[in-house]
Design a protein around this ligand. Structure first.
Ligand code: ADP
Ligand code: AMP
Length: 214
């Protein structure tokens, strides 16, 4: 099962992708997490990516596409995966489609998690992220058991540099300009399914399971 998560930054793609990965036993592949791991480890890629990420811009396709293609060629992706944060541009979607076509494969489901922009700004300022294991929480909606500490791995949580309100506004503008056109792209491939992302995370997940099947 090859699944793509679509939706604005902060719509809940990562939250849902982790739940999908657990239920269907497929890897959760997040390009944002891969970049953040590179930043944490001080790699050249991390240094390059950070300048774009901190400004709320997209990392250029040249740095992103090969990285993602390498990841989905790993043995653990043989039975499928859930992509979170990729593709984010039409050229990225075309590269993915071409690479899959070469193996007589295609994306099975593109799940669009819909949340209006005004709710997004509130969600992002309350998001707290674990840079160690990739878990995300919300200070009001999805709190941790101990404030500021990751439930999963015990590491301290941070407000991501790119979740500050000034940067979020630019990320939303970039989303509407460069990523939103993917809705039409996947609709024309007949794999698009929209879910209402303003509901509780459990309800959003139940709607996704209706699409993917038990
Ligand atoms: P994305 O991966 O799309 O950027 P996240 O999954 O990180 O978004 O979610 C953004 C923020 O909103 C996080 O703080 C997360 O805990 C919170 N969140 C996710 N789903 C919901 C929901 N259904 N209701 C309220 N808050 C949510
Ligand atoms: P995310 O964790 O998905 O919110 O991504 C955080 C940031 O990483 C984005 O704002 C971009 O700067 C960068 N990024 C992640 N995925 C991609 C992608 N597919 N293409 C370009 N930039 C990306």
């Amino acid at each position: 099962m090859k699944i793509i998560m679509l939706g604005a930054p902060g719509a809940g793609k990562g939250t849902q992708a982790k739940m999908i990965a657990d239920k269907y036993q497929i890897p959760h592949v997040s390009t944002g997490d891969i970049f953040r791991a590179n930043i944490k480890n001080g790699t050249e890629l991390g240094k390059k990516a950070k300048t774009y990420m901190d400004a709320g811009e997209l990392v250029p396709d040249e740095l992103t596409v090969d990285l993602l293609m390498d990841r989905i060629s790993q043995p653990d992706c043989a039975n499928g995966y859930v992509l979170d944060g990729f593709p984010r541009t039409i050229p990225q979607a075309e590269c993915l489609e071409k690479a899959l076509e070469e193996r007589q494969e295609a994306v099975d489901f593109a799940i669009d998690v819909e949340v209006p922009d005004d709710s997004i700004i509130k969600r992002m300022s309350g998001r707290r992220a674990c840079l160690n294991c990739g878990a995300t929480y919300h200070i009001v909606h999805i709190p941790t058991k101990v404030e500021g500490i990751c439930d999963r791995c015990g590491s301290p949580l941070v407000l991501r540099d790119d979740d500050r309100p000034e940067t979020v506004k630019n990320r939303l503008a970039v989303y509407h300009q460069q990523t939103r056109p993917l809705i039409d792209f996947y609709s024309s491939r007949k794999v698009l399914h929209e879910v209402d992302g303003t509901q509780s995370m459990e309800k959003v997940f139940a709607d996704i399971v209706k699409v993917l099947g038990e």
